[in-house]
Design a protein around this ligand. Structure first.
Ligand code: URA
Length: 312
């Protein structure tokens, strides 16, 4: 009898390799070239935009929410559920959608998010939003945890596996460390608003792409506005880069107070700070001394903003 590995063993080994590489969701039996599809879709959109004398996106944006709902379904509006190509359904791939955010899609997402008057409305919007491919593979939209209004708001990068399963941010190992960090400066997690820049888990825990982050940004900006915290904390570099617009690495930008301007009222600002992400601290425990410094700075700022230790 030959001791060559059977096809079954080979398939099992291949699956184990995929899992190691972070590939854990299978959609199709046959390979599909998403790069070629993306290039074709961008070309198609550019050609369509050049061909149509439609009003520019900013005019549509300025028209406000009332016009927006009437406008729903118009040909120049981004249609996130529409298949790539000329609009005909490709029978080989009937159930997968492609959502490639471009500037029109991002402006549209911003317009929608701004129209949400409450967190419940914003959550409903996200539940119905089809403009980000991450949603296709995620089990839950991980919207946020904690009070609807809170003095302190923490924003991470994106949900991990545990968060996706639970539908709640920061519940896995990083979340447990985060809870202990808050506890160390006398804060209860239940009193803090905790959320992420991107509300859907990227498959295999990969980093969200810049386009995925950009299309989600208006929703997290609106969430910050609705929670109206007194202090904002960005956990880790991707969150600080997206929310605070910082270009530096996290070890340089952490611990420095900045001002966050609200999207709808840029004149109103709140203090914001970037801190090391708990997942990073789990990998680099020696850096906890830096995190401790930042936590003490946060505690002092919270006391200052709530009127304690100010001499009043
Ligand atoms: N890491 C994050 O950035 N967010 C979570 O919710 C969990 C882990």
């Amino acid at each position: 009898m030959s001791d060559a590995p059977s096809q079954r063993d080979a398939a099992i080994a291949l699956l184990a390799f995929y899992r190691e590489a972070g590939i854990e969701t299978l959609f199709l039996d046959a390979p599909r070239d998403r790069f070629a599809e993306t290039a074709a879709e961008i070309e198609r959109r550019q050609a369509k935009r050049q061909a149509e004398p439609a009003s520019p996106p900013l005019e549509r944006k300025a028209a406000g929410p009332a016009q927006r709902s009437e406008d729903r379904g118009s040909p120049s509006r981004p249609n996130f559920g529409e298949p790539a190509g000329n609009g005909t359904t490709d029978s080989a791939f009937p159930s997968t959608r492609v959502a490639i955010p471009d500037e029109i899609a991002i402006a549209d997402a911003r317009e929608r998010a701004r129209a949400a008057a409450t967190l419940a409305e914003l959550k409903e919007l996200l539940d119905g939003f089809e403009g980000c491919n991450l949603k296709i593979t995620a089990k839950h939209t991980v919207f946020g945890d904690g009070p609807q209004t809170a003095d302190l708001m923490l924003i991470g990068e994106a949900p991990g596996r545990d968060e996706d399963m639970a539908g709640v941010p920061f519940v896995g190992r990083s979340g447990q460390l985060l809870d202990r960090m808050l506890e160390a400066i006398g804060l209860e997690r239940e009193k803090v608003r905790v959320t992420n820049t991107v509300p859907w888990r990227p498959p295999g825990n990969r980093a969200p792409t810049p386009a995925e982050t950009q299309i989600c940004l208006p929703f997290i900006q609106r969430q910050i506005e609705l929670v109206a915290p007194k202090i904002l904390v960005c956990l880790g570099s991707p969150s600080a880069k997206a929310i605070l617009g910082s270009a530096e690495g996290i070890l340089r930008m952490r611990g420095k107070w900045q001002s966050y301007s609200f999207d709808l009222s840029p004149g109103s600002t709140i203090p914001a700070i970037a801190m090391l992400h708990p997942a990073y601290l789990l990998r680099q425990p020696a850096q906890k001394r830096l995190a401790w410094r930042d936590l003490l700075a946060l505690k002092a700022k919270l006391e200052e903003t709530s009127g304690k230790n100010t001499g009043h």
